[in-house]
Design a protein around this ligand. Structure first.
Ligand code: LLP
Length: 431
């Protein structure tokens, strides 16, 4: 199977963390997202151990919580002693509600509103990742009002092309994110920030993109950022304390993609960084990384009930499910790859090639095209694998479809972590 936590039992049913998916559906209904907590914790451990081992003490991961934000995941992050990357006041509110200590949080965003800045400073967010000069002014002003000196780091665009889907590329010079090194604007921002009385510049950030399988762009970005750290030491005498390299490691969604060894990736990036630090003689900054997808994606799958199957002779076959783009918009947005299986009959012959369609009133509401599975009948359970990242967090109520329930499995026990939305939830803000 695609990942080790997936197996098939004696009834021919797909299991995740040894739980029979058909039994889970009987208890919790569909669509249902099921998470394997051990996998999440294992993924955190890989990053924590490798980063400390290869980058040295004080280096650690932040969970990029845009990948999956809810109280449950912030509680795990707290227990695992990792930091978090936040991108909105909504994520901050959720983390605070889960009892997460936000002095260990970095607040991102290319347009933090005045209200976001107020709320984050009041709540004691550890670091802001500043994206532009007007924001720097505002953070300084609000920090002054609160009698604080706010630690910040600057988001820089290193001008690296990571060769991934254009919609999830972020580090190039013309990006909406960050301040370009190449144009000299990064230097201006450093000087600007160093002159602010209520800001403490702790370092720099870059993030080149997401779902990247190639190690080279990460090594290039790491090297380039160390060169920049060296440059600002020479130009301004400024010593960088923190270098945040963002997230972006690829995850295996389908059989033909590799399962990356993240420890190896971190070791290689560290060897570039350590060499460059040695060469330039600068003080080595603490390295931070912000994995999102590679922490949660392979911990989960989504279960659906099959409705109609439509065969159009000479054209194609459709299998319709009771979810779709409202709970997983990634195929509609990025033509994202997914593995689809007939969870209720895993050992039957797979000889039916079909397109899996969601239930929305929209032709683009597809989960995957041209997958080959056993021919499904109404009531069969269909599983879409590796749905832990950017599925629930990007879910919507399009067509007034309630968001699914999310359950987690821990030590053989299953419990709800997000309850299924009700129709009453759908109208709760309607006046
Ligand atoms: N740090 C920053 C500043 C980011 O913008 C992101 C992702 C991450 C870290 C985490 O990257 P990861 O390790 O998850 O690749 N919705 C898209 C992905 C958008 C990623 C946005 N930023 C998708 O479904 O593929």
């Amino acid at each position: 199977m695609l990942h080790k936590n997936l197996t098939i039992n004696e009834k021919g049913v797909l299991c995740i963390a040894e739980q029979d998916t058909v039994e889970l559906v009987q208890k919790y209904g569909t669509p249902l997202m099921v998470m394997d907590e051990a996998r999440i914790r294992r993924n955190f451990s890989v990053y924590k151990n490798a980063m400390e081992k290869y980058f040295g003490q004080g280096s650690y991961p932040l969970f990029a919580s845009k990948a999956f934000s809810c109280k449950y995941i912030y509680r795990i992050a707290k227990e695992e002693n990792v930091g978090i990357d936040l991108v909105s006041s909504g994520e901050l509110y959720t983390a605070l509600s889960a009892g997460f200590d936000v002095s260990n949080a970095f607040l991102h965003g290319n347009n933090k509103t005045d209200a976001d800045i107020e709320y984050a400073i009041e709540s004691g967010v550890g670091h802001f990742v500043a994206d532009n000069l007007t924001e720097i002014d505002m953070i300084d002003e609000v920090a002054k009002k609160h009698g604080k000196v706010q630690p910040i780091i600057l988001r820089l665009s290193p001008g690296i092309d990571p060769h991934t889907h254009a919609a999830i590329t972020t580090g190039q010079v013309d990006s909406k994110f960050g301040i370009a090194i190449e144009t000299g604007q990064a230097d201006d921002a450093v000087e600007y920030t160093l002159n602010k009385k209520n800001l403490r510049l702790d370092g720099f950030h870059c993030h080149i993109g997401s779902q990247i399988f190639d190690i080279k762009p990460f090594c290039d970005a790491g090297k380039l950022m160390i060169e920049y750290v060296t440059h600002v030491k020479q130009k301004f005498g400024y010593v960088t304390e923190i270098l945040n390299l963002g997230g972006g490691f690829g995850v295996r969604y389908i059989q033909s993609q590799p399962e990356l060894n993240y420890e190896d990736f971190i070791r290689l990036i560290a060897s570039y960084i350590n060499e460059e630090v040695k060469r330039s003689g600068i003080k080595k900054p603490r390295i931070i990384m912000e994995p999102g997808r590679s922490i949660v994606a392979d911990s989960a799958l989504t279960l659906y009930t099959v409705g109609g199957t439509k065969e159009i002779p000479g054209f194609k076959n459709y299998v319709s499910i009771d979810g779709g783009m409202p709970d997983n918009p990634r195929y509609a947005l990025y033509q994202a790859d997914y593995t689809v299986c007939l969870a209720s009959r895993m050992n039957d012959k797979a000889d039916f090639t079909c397109t899996v369609a969601g239930r929305c009133c929209e032709s683009g509401d597809l989960i995957q095209e041209d997958v080959t599975i056993p021919k499904p009948y109404r009531g069969d359970i269909l599983a879409v694998l590796v749905t832990g990242a950017y599925n629930y967090s990007m879910a919507s109520n399009y067509n007034r479809i309630p968001r699914p329930a999310v359950v987690a499995i821990k030590d053989g026990k299953v419990f709800e972590v997000i309850r299924r939305e009700t129709f009453a939830d759908l109208i709760k803000n309607d006046l």
